[in-house]
Every structure is written in structure tokens, then in C-alpha cells.
Design a protein around this ligand. Sequence first.
Ligand code: ASP
Length: 465
Amino acid sequence: MERTLISETISSVGKSVRLCGWVNSRRDMGKVIFVDLRDRTGIVQVVMVPAEIPAEQHELMKEIRSEFVLEIQGEVVARNAKSINPNIKTGTVEILAKSIAILNRAKTPPFELDKDTSGINEEVRLKYRYLDLRTERMQKNIRLRDAIITRFRDFLHARQFCEIETPYLTKGTPEGAREFIVPSRLHPGNFYVLPQSPQQFKQLLMVGGMEKYFQIARCFRDEDQRGDRQPEFTQLDMEMSFVEQEDVLQLVEEMMIDMVKATAPEKRIQQIPFPRLTYKEAMEKYNSDKPDLREDKNDPNLLAFCWVIDFPFFEQDGNGGWTFTHNPFSAPQPEYMEQLREKRDVGSILAAQYDIVLNGYEVGGGSIRNHRPEDLKTVFEIMGASEEEIQTQYGHMLEAFEYGAPPHGGIAPGVDRIVMILANEPNIREVIPIPKTGDARDLMMDAPSPLPAKALAEANIRLKA
Ligand code: ASP
């Protein structure tokens, strides 16, 4: 018999069904046992009465505990008015069990899975993430994540974007964060790093004529975990050729509105088009470059997007020199191009850099890039890099740009933060299927962990005594 999903039982009154799932809870009333059975679509009450069930299964019936995996054959019956349960979607029906099979037994879980687990010790939840994921809230969050990513994908594909994977084993990129290092076994003394973003690859894809690229990209940053950060996180990385700042802003705005409508119709976007603030205005008015513009901060369904634009390109590096504020590959705003080329009054140069902000969180940043090699080189010179440093670190980019790089720009909305806000969760760990702790450990897999001496030797690693 084909499996019926629990959500389908409501419309199957009078039919025989076969259900598979987990025991959400069980109440033994002596003569009958009630089991709330759970699958990915919901919960339904199963009634087990010995007279309806073959004698050889009566022992099994008594054995059943929370989180056992069951296969139930039975009949869907309508509940009488008095026993309708308004708290579950299938509350108008129940399953009269005719046959029970235990597909697997389960130890008593370390916390209850039929309740919201947000109050449970997080280390315990992360060690047993596979159990936490069974809870209703986590199921909802992870499925919302899937819906949001799917909507972004569909939106971009419908506009002729091409989804392209870029390498995870690569060379460092100078965007400011410390990178994870991977030793090369085949090339002793040499290292890959895990990319802190696909920035260079996506720009090289533009040189490669791809024109419209996107990727659901994992990014790796080996930072001390300040606040709500993860050593690996996901962004919707995008890059386009022959665009100006306005094109990127329009496209992303349309994409966000489409995504909210499709995946969180209960939400209201406070202002469309999204308000735009210059960095200067944002700092003067809100003392923040990610202002929370919500009229009512207690309204869980209010979304206040805004753009912050016109960031300064450079800032003092503390040693008398200059460094970039956001991204060394950004272009200046067109009216500052001459100033950049002449390296004049660099502190006042504004970048073609934009951030998208939602409810006080930066949920994405991007820029129009410097596509002419000599302009890009000038940026590195302003930051005090020697000719040799420029060649070893960025030579491949400068060379690529000499072969007809188109004007291009992009952005990278952060998937984790967007899902977090739409799910009304307080941190991104609640919407990442398998997150790390605040100090970068995976408690479920027990990572990081020591390696056998042989593995270290093969990777040409000798540990400090
Ligand atoms: N690479 C940038 C980041 O990861 C995004 C971009 O400029 O497209 O924040």
C-alpha cells in the first residue's frame, strides 16, 4: 500500500491508509493507547485499541515510546465534535490502527521534541542537532530557508542568470578577513585557503563572458567569533556585466520584494521603493550604517529595508597609510575617478559601494568594480603596496583585466541573516541546518579534532611541541 502523508489524512476520511513517522507523544490509558504520529507534514492522532489489532502485535503496542519510528496501517475516521483538536491541522480526524510495525526503536531523547526547544541548553541542542531538527520550529525554519533560496534561484534564472560553482580550494583574497588554511600534500610548503567570498572568481567569470552569474556560495572566515557570526556562512553571490549601480539596486530590490511575497506573505514591507541613505546621512541621523527604520519595532511582521550608499572608499589604516573600507575591487563613484587616478585627497573619494539593510541588520553588500587594470592598480598603490606585492597578490587579476574585462558589478545578500529575520529568530544558528557554536566547534561531529600522526605527516605538518 502506498504511503499516505499525515497532512493528507484530513481529506481521507473512511479510507485505509499506511502512515510512517515518529512518535511525537504517547498516552497509555490502559484499554487504549493514543499515539501522536509525526512526519514531515504534521501530526495526527493514532488510536490503538487491542480489539482492532492482531494479537501478535499487542506486545509491540505496549513497547512504543517517544521517537520510535512506526509504520501504521489503519482507517481514517472523523472525530466527533467534542473531541476535535483545534491545535493540530489534522484535529478533525484520527487513525484507528489496524496493524503496527516498529521500524526502529529510540532511546529517550535528551530533551523533549514535541515542544519548542529554544529554551534548552544550546550545546545540548547542537550535539543532538539531528533531534532538534525534528521539532516543529526547526522544521519550519529549514524549510523556509529552502523556500527562500529556491525563490532567489528561480528569480535569477528567469532573468538569464547562470548558476556557477567556484572553487573552495583557492588562493587568499584580500577582503580583510583571516582565512582558513589548507595544507597541500602534493606541494609541500604550499597552501590553499578557503575563500572568504567568491569575489575574485565571480569577477574572472565576467572576464570569461558569463555576463550574469550567481551562486549560493559558502564563505569561510576564520575570525574570533564576534556576536552572531559563523566560521562558514552562506551568501547569494551575484555579479553582472555592463551594469551600473542603479541596475544592481533595482534588480535586488525587485528580488527581495518577490521573495518576501512568495515565502512570507504575512510580512509587510514598510516602504517601497526602499529608502536610500548615503553613508554620511545614516551616520548623522542614526549614528549607524545599518539603521533600523521600522516604525514599530515590536511588530514581528514589519520589514524595513533600506539602501546605504556612497561609502568612503578609503580609511586611515592607523599607521599613517590608507586601507579600503569595504572591498579593494570596488570602483569609485564615476565623479571621483579622476581624483583616484591622481591619488588626490583620497579620504574624500566615495566608492560605488552599496549595502542593503533590513531591520537594522546588514543583509548584503556589493559594488561596481574597477574593471580597468590601471585603475585597480592605483587602488593598491594608494594602499601602499609595492610593485612586487601587487604582482604576487593581484597579478592574476590585473593580467585578466588586460584581456578586455567588461564593466561589471555585483552584490552578495547574506542568506542566513535574511532567513533569520523572516523566521523571527534571534540568531543565525536557528536557521542554519548544522551550525557551529560561538567558538567555532561542531559538537555533533566533534570538529575540530586531532588527526593521527600519519595524516599530519602526509600533509607535511609538524606540530609545535
Ligand atoms: N564579496 C563581497 C562580500 O562578500 C560582496 C560583493 O562585493 O559582491 O561581502
